[in-house]
Design a protein around this ligand. Sequence first.
Ligand SMILES: [Zn+2]
Length: 245
Amino acid sequence: MADAVPEAIHTDGDHFPLKEKRGEILARKIEEQIMRAGWPVGEVLGSEADLLQEYKVSRAVLREAVRIMEHHGTARTRRGPGGGLVVTKPDARAVVRSAAVYLDSEGITPDKLAAARTGVELIAVQLAAQNIDEDGITRLRAALDRERASVAGGESVTSGRNDVHTVIAALSGNPAIQLFTETLTLLEVEVFRSVSEPKTASDARAQFLDDHIGIVEAVVSGDASVARFRMQQHLARVAAEIHPH
Ligand SMILES: [Zn+2]
């Protein structure tokens, strides 16, 4: 299935042990094979003995590669008969979490966050309105019901999981847009939590619910341009709340 990992590999210096570097290269190689194979979740790639034979690496390097793939959520070791290294489906939540943490470490400003979010969510809401069907309508109404219950229960804006935005992103039918939306909304909820007073958060929550109702109405009626307009207004309000002028 594969070429052996080359024996001689340059390291980035003494602080980067050779075993880890080679483990990383092997992990990337196996992940590329999984991608080319069309992501066969559940398929056994081989036992440890098979993989050692196939890739001609030491046990330490293979174990390091497996550890990396388990961390990426791309494969895991299954014990017992018929076991071995098994292809798994990566967990979107882990990817969203590390992307949000990364953007935060880059010091992304509220303005840049709002600009990126607007770009992504306007496309998401447009596609959702264009693709809307009965199942989508049910999911949107359920998200609004959860939000109404949460507002009525006095929960703050930061306790919400941005259900409506998440559902709209899912209804776009585009997993890249869904991933970016979830990453940016997660980051924004955390920024909001760090800047807003509880009182402000509760007033804003009622306004945001009204906004969401208007956006959902437009999506449900399949009106992409009204949906875009309302989403833009809503995101401007969210940005103003986070970054008061
Ligand atoms: Zn919102």
